[in-house]
Every structure is written in structure tokens, then in C-alpha cells.
Design a protein around this ligand. Structure first.
Ligand code: GDG
Length: 729
């Protein structure tokens, strides 16, 4: 079993000299972190090698890359233009960074994005084994998990997104939103940098797709998908060790000589509108205007690494930066000082290290950033625990590096103040803050990130497997059927809503259909069977729906009971005096929650919110629970949160007690109980060990087994009826 990493780019730099290709493994953070993974055993990294390789030379490149455990996906220039520059960087990048006006929703981009994701899948299939672990990286390959899932239904697939996941209101703007989400949920584990991204993804997926969520787990077609935050780290040791090397020492000498008394502010980014470069310059201008005492005493070293500058928005940004820096320097410079040292180029890592380890302040103010590794690299380089990090609250890193001076990057005054604070910060405070941040960056390094992700991916797969063994289909169904066939005194406790019929928006729409009547009648033909419909519904409703059938009925969770052929009985000594007060209180919530309503039963009150706005209903339900639980307890009531309902009822009434009561002086040799919500758990808990208890929906339950939905319930029950026919026949 090997691990297969798939990303847009392979971790190599390609040099073409004298018609000869040479591949140099890259030293980027991701490549370092994943180094142990893809270089071990027969593991492999799949991706685009970074240049267009003519067809006749593709075999040669494939062979050379194989020596480095790499496998190429060859892309044409047209594909790079449409899939990478187009869809990835002109649709997904701006939208995911909340700059929706920069997005170009071109159909040709989307078409190519799909076909290139297919192409990646095709390449992957050439090297993937059935049991391999697959780890897909980033937003260029959102469709790939879904495509691979179709080809390899049991594969272990992890996905990590390096950029933010926007809130639902932003994501929904994308014309191909469902397709993208469906691609993503092909994975078993979906990772983001922060918990905010996780929340956004879960709320988006549950609003746009027919999937349910329970905390950070999504359920889709019998598969559980875990969504979790894995804040990516850096190679701490590398950045901490570099300043002591000869090369870096020389660079430091070169850079700092003559600047001994100068306070140096450092900023490093790729050219991108999400990085807040112009706003940072404006804050610098503000500082020089409002604090002229710093003129000649501070210098900003601003490195902007060239990126995507063939795209008009990027070249415009570059021009704006050029202009701003030129203007600012021209206005404030003196013969031997300029405020902004601006470099539009990249530097060797040794130069970066020299800057990181000697700059007094590192100014990181992106408008949005998935994580931002520059901030962590600065911290790791500060071996003397001094220096101040100013960090945007919009960068994922701000969730971990809480000892930085945190700023809102849109507030230029705030950034200016932060620079002043940093310039004045006493050494002891710098050290306190930096020590705390270094401990975090050291512990949560890139290896930790990789290990955590892989560990969790294994766990998710294991728990999917153990869940599968509880799924009451196939082998389990056979066990139930075998016992059914051998027994002669059976009872079947069947919940109604969500168990025998689907859960609907309108409670009155859920009346039984012909197939259900047929099924129940078939079950009751056999004299060995007692069918007990046990529901929270009003007894009048159950009477109307099932009164004519040969079944026993338990309504309102046990407050009312009726044996076949008998009259309805209610539990003795029950009072409903409490209803007036509770109802008046519940009405105040109904008045504030459009779509919610109160259902009154003989001995209970139910606040329904299945038609209320998604999220608002849950919020109100939580309010009701926290505001009314003491009052409910004082009145001897049980407050039960259920599936989009909250029910208040007499504490003596519950389905478990009702089931036990029903079983009193009976001794069946086969018990089956099926139910889908909280209230059914009371039945599962009280039944004897040899009973078959089955939860509908695969979340945590006291039941032994689970089925996915009412369709699977009906299938199971039909199989029992048919078993009977076969036996008799
Ligand atoms: C994406 C997400 C997320 C920069 N200049 C030079 C140079 N660098 C290196 C830095 C750092 C990396 O580039 C930049 O990483 P960031 O995290 O800051 O930003 P993105 O490239 O946008 O990365 C981001 C990241 O993915 C990881 O998940 O944090 O939010 O946008 O490592 O050191 N390296 C060299 N010379 C330079 O001039 N050698």
C-alpha cells in the first residue's frame, strides 16, 4: 500500500539547457513536509512538471521524474491558460479570497477545468493501486476526489485546501457550485487551515447539496466525510538553523552594515491583490505623515515575488505599487535614506533568512490568506526571541499566532498604530510574545501537519469500515432474517416519521402511502407477528392512519396506547395543567421565528422548526433549551430536542417505558425496534440484549445497527415478509 500525492505542480524546478532537461527537487514548505511521504517506499507524487513538454519527449521526462518518485501529468499551453490561469486563478482564487468582482465566469474555463481534472484522474489511474492512500492538494483539483471516487469506490482519499473557503453567501455566486462541492465530497477527509474554513464549508455543503451534517461530519450516500482544520506549519528547524550558517551570516553583514541604528520593517509576498500590498504602503505613508519623528529612522524592505503578471489585474497592481513607491520615496527620501526599499524579484533562501533574522518588525497584512507561511518563517528565524510580528486578522496564521500585534488590514490607521506600538515595544514584551509564538510554530511544524492529516485519514477510513459492519444490510439482514424464520412470537416496534416514511417539511404531508399499507398488512398477516407502531404523533392521527389495520398503536410517546381491537387508553394520573404557561412562553419564540409553529398534544407541546430558516431554527431551539430547562424540570416535564423539534412532555412518558409496559407479561422470542430520533433511543436502551435495535441514520446511537433511510427500512421489512413466504412455500 503506497501513498499517492496529487497536486497541480510537481515539487521540481525544471531547467532546459542544450536541449537537455534537468529536474531539481524544490525546497518549498509543502515539498519538505511531504518529502518523507512521497520519497518512501514506492510512494509517488503526481502533478504537472511546470513546462509544456513536446509529445516526443514525454517518455524521457517520465523516466527522469520516476527516479525522483514523481509522475507527470502533461498539460498543453491552452490547458494551462484555461484551467490554471483561467478557472483556478480567475474564478476560484478571487472568489475564495472574497474578491468576487475580480472573477470571470467563463464557460470555456469551466469546461477545461473539468477536462484537466479528468486528465489528472487518468494519469493517477495509471499508478494507483486499489488500496493506496490518495492525498490531493488544493483548489486546482476540486473535482478530482469525486472523479476518483467513482472509479475507486473504496479508495482512501484525503483533500487539503491551502486557500480560504469562503462563506456560503460568497461561494453560492459560482455558476458551477454544486459540481465543485460534489467533486470535493468524493474525499473521505477534507482539510482546511482554520476552523472558520471548516464551518464555511460545512454550512455551504449542507445548504447546496442533499447531505446532512452532525458536527464536523457530513453524510452522503452511506459515506461519512470528515471535515477538519489542520493548520499548516513550516520546517521550523530549517529556519531556526539557517541564521548560524556562513552564507546567511555574510548576507546579514552585507545587509546590516551601516544600518545599525535603523529600525527595519520587513514585508514579503507574492504579487497578489489578496496580500494587501497597497494598503500596507498607504499605512506607511500615514505613519510618515503623522509621525515625522520616524523619518530617517525606519526603513521598509518590501519584497514582492513576481507572479501571474501576464494577467491584467496583476500587471495593474504591479504598476500601482511601482507608482506608489516611487511617489512616496520621492517625497520623503533624503540623500542617504529612502523609506521604502522595494524589490520586484525573488531571492535565495539565505537572503530571506538574513532579512527574517535581523528585521525588527515583520509586517504581514493580507486582506485574506489561507494561512501565510511568511509570518511563521519570521517567528522561526528569531532565535533571540526579539522582534515584533504585525499580523492581519484575515490570515489563517492569526488563529495560532495570537501573540502577534493583530490588525485589521483594511484599517490603515490601525496598521500605522501597530507599527508605532511595535517600534516602541520594550524588549521584555517582545521576548514574551516571541517565545510563546516560537513554541507554537516549533510544535505545529510541517511534519506535525503531515502526520496529523495522515493519521486522521486512517482513522476516518477505519471508522467508515466499523460503521459498515453495523449497517443492517446484507450479512446483518441475513442474521435478522434467519432468526425471524426460526421464531414464532415476534414483536416489531416501528417508529413512524423518518423511519417508515421520509421526513417531510410539512407534518401533514407525511401520511402513509399505498406501499406502506401493503407492507404493514403483509407483516400482520402472519399470526406470529405483533406490529406496534410507536410514535410521537397524536393518537387521533395514528387512529386515522392505522386504526383499520391489525396493529397495536402507541401515540404521543406512550401517553396513549391502544391494542388491536381495543379502545384508546391514556396513562393514568397525567396532568396537562402546565401547558398554558409553557405554551405562552413558546409563542414568544414562534413570533420571532417565521416558519415555526406549536403542535399541541394531550400531554405534550411540540415546537416545530423544520420550515424555519436554516440555522435560525437551531439558534432558537438552543435558546429555548437554555431558557426553559429549569422551568421544565420544576414542572416535572422532560424537554426533548428531536429532529427539528423540541418537545415538552410529562417525565413519566417516554417510548422506552411504553415499550416495556407493552412487553409486560409477554415473552416474545424475536424483538425488532426501528427508530430515527432521540425519542427512540429510550426504546433501544430498555430492550433485552437479544433484541435487534436499528437506528435510521448513521449517527451515534444506543442501537446495535443502523440503516440509512426509510427506503432501507422498508426493504428490510419486505425481505422478512418474503422470507416468510419462502419458508411457508
Ligand atoms: C498558499 C496560500 C498558505 C517568498 N518569497 C520568496 C520565497 N517565498 C516563500 C516564502 C513562503 C512562501 O514563498 C509563501 O507562502 P505563503 O503562505 O505566504 O503564500 P502563498 O504562496 O500564497 O501560499 C497561503 C500556503 O499556500 C500554504 O498552505 O499559507 O495562505 O495562499 O514559504 O518563504 N522563497 C524564496 N525566495 C523568495 O524570494 N526562496
Amino acid at each position: 500500500m503506497k501513498t499517492v500525492i496529487i497536486s497541480n505542480r510537481l515539487p521540481v524546478k525544471i531547467i532546459e539547457e542544450n536541449n537537455e532537461y534537468t529536474f531539481i527537487p524544490s525546497e518549498g514548505g509543502l515539498a519538505t513536509g511531504l518529502g518523507d511521504v512521497y520519497k518512501s517506499g514506492n510512494s509517488i507524487w503526481i502533478g504537472w512538471p511546470g513546462i509544456e513538454v513536446p509529445e516526443e519527449r514525454q517518455e524521457e521526462v517520465t523516466q527522469k521524474l520516476a527516479e525522483l518518485n514523481l509522475f507527470p501529468v502533461f498539460l498543453t499551453q491552452n490547458e494551462i491558460n484555461l484551467y490554471y490561469e483561467g478557472f483556478s486563478n480567475e474564478v476560484l482564487w478571487p472568489v475564495f479570497h472574497y474578491l468576487v468582482t475580480y472573477a470571470h465566469y467563463e464557460q470555456s474555463y469551466w469546461d477545461c477545468y473539468q477536462s484537466v481534472n479528468e486528465k489528472f484522474a487518468k494519469s493517477a489511474m495509471q499508478v494507483l493501486g486499489r488500496k493506496d492512500k490518495i492525498w490531493i492538494q488544493d483548489y486546482q483539483l476540486l473535482l478530482l476526489p469525486g472523479i476518483l471516487r467513482e472509479k475507486l469506490p473504496n479508495a482512501t482519499i484525503g483533500f487539503f485546501q491551502h486557500i480560504p473557503f469562503p462563506s456560503y453567501e460568497i461561494f453560492r455566486l459560482i455558476p458551477w457550485r454544486e459540481e465543485l462541492l460534489n467533486g470535493l465530497i468524493g474525499a473521505d477527509l477534507i482539510g482546511f487551515h482554520t476552523y472558520d474554513d471548516v464551518r464555511h464549508f460545512i454550512s455551504t455543503a449542507t445548504r447546496l447539496l442533499p447531505v446532512q451534517s452532525s458536527s464536523n461530519v457530513l453524510n452522503s450516500h452511506e459515506r461519512q466525510i470528515v471535515v477538519e482544520a489542520f493548520p499548516m506549519g513550516i520546517d521550523f528547524d530549517k529556519f531556526s538553523d539557517l541564521p548560524a550558517t556562513e552564507k546567511v551570516k555574510n548576507e546579514i553583514n552585507y545587509f546590516r552594515t551601516g544600518k545599525e541604528d535603523m529600525k527595519v520593517i520587513l514585508s514579503i509576498d507574492r504579487l497578489d491583490y489578496s496580500k494587501g500590498i497597497l494598503e500596507r504602503l498607504k499605512a506607511m505613508e500615514l505613519l510618515l505623515q503623522h509621525h515625522p519623528e520616524y523619518i530617517g529612522k525606519i526603513e521598509l524592505f518590501m519584497i514582492v515575488v513576481p507572479s501571474r503578471d501576464t494577467v491584467p489585474q496583476y500587471s495593474e497592481l504591479r504598476d500601482q505599487i511601482d507608482q506608489f513607491v516611487g511617489n512616496l520615496n520621492a517625497r520623503y527620501r533624503s540623500m542617504n535614506w529612502i523609506p521604502v526599499n522595494y524589490f520586484y524579484r525573488s531571492f535565495p533562501i539565505e537572503v530571506l533568512s538574513a532579512l527574517y533574522s535581523t528585521a525588527d518588525i515583520c509586517l504581514v497584512t493580507p486582506m485574506r490568506d489561507g494561512m501565510n507561511l511568511v509570518s511563521k518563517e519570521y517567528v522561526a528565524s528569531r532565535n533571540r526571541n526579539d522582534g515584533v510580528l504585525i499580523l492581519s486578522e484575515m490570515a489563517g496564521a492569526s488563529k495560532e499566532l495570537t501573540d502577534a500585534v493583530i490588525v485589521n488590514p483594511n484599517n490603515m490607521g490601525d496598521i500605522m498604530e501597530a507599527i508605532v506600538t511595535a517600534l516602541k515595544m520594550p524588549l521584555e514584551e517582545q521576548q514574551l510574545r516571541m517565545t510563546a509564538m516560537r513554541a507554537i510554530v516549533e510544535k505545529f511544524n510541517v511534519k506535525h501537519w503531515v502526520n496529523n492529516f495522515i493519521l486522521r485519514l486512517n482513522e476516518v477510513k477505519d471508522s467508515q469500515k466499523s460503521l459498515l459492519t453495523k449497517h443492517a444490510v446484507n450479512s446483518i439482514n441475513e442474521v435478522i432474517a434467519a432468526k425471524y424464520a426460526k421464531t414464532t412470537d415476534r414483536v416489531l416496534f416501528l417508529d413512524y416519521d423518518g423511519t417508515l416514511v421520509d421526513f417531510t417539511g410539512n407534518i401533514d404531508d407525511a401520511s402513509p402511502d399505498d406501499e406502506l399499507y401493503d407492507l404493514v398488512e403483509n407483516l400482520t398477516i402472519d399470526h406470529a407477528n405483533k406490529v406496534v407502531i410507536i410514535s410521537g404523533r397524536r393518537h387521533e392521527t395514528l387512529e386515522q392512519w392505522f386504526g383499520h389495520l391489525k396493529v397495536d398503536l402507541i401515540a404521543e410517546h406512550g401517553a396513549w396506547q391502544k391494542s388491536y381491537g381495543d379502545k384508546w387508553n391514556s396513562l393514568p394520573l397525567l396532568t396537562d395543567q402546565w401547558k398554558l404557561e409553557i405554551k405562552a412562553l413558546l409563542e414568544t419564540y414562534t413570533d420571532r421565528t417565521p416558519g415555526s409553529f406549536i403542535e399541541e398534544k394531550s400531554y405534550s407541546l411540540v415546537w416545530h422548526y423544520r420550515k424555519a430558516e436554516e440555522g435560525l431554527g437551531d439558534l432558537r431551539a438552543n435558546e429555548i433549551v437554555s431558557h426553559m430547562k429549569i422551568l421544565a424540570a420544576d414542572k416535572g416535564l422532560q424537554l426533548m430536542p428531536g429532529n427539528k423539534v423540541i418537545e415538552f412532555k410529562n417525565i413519566e412518558v417516554n417510548k422506552g417505558k411504553a415499550a416495556l409496559n407493552w412487553l409486560y407479561d409477554k415473552n416474545p422470542d424475536f424483538i425488532l425496534a426501528l427508530g430515527d430520533d432521540h425519542t427512540d433511543e429510550d426504546i433501544f436502551k430498555v430492550l433485552p440484549d437479544d433484541a435487534f435495535t436499528i437506528k435510521v441514520g448513521n449517527n451515534i446511537s444506543e442501537a446495535k445497527y443502523y440503516l440509512n433511510d426509510f427506503k432501507e427500512v422498508r426493504k428490510l421489512l419486505w425481505s422478512l415478509v418474503k422470507e416468510e413466504f419462502v419458508e411457508r412455500g
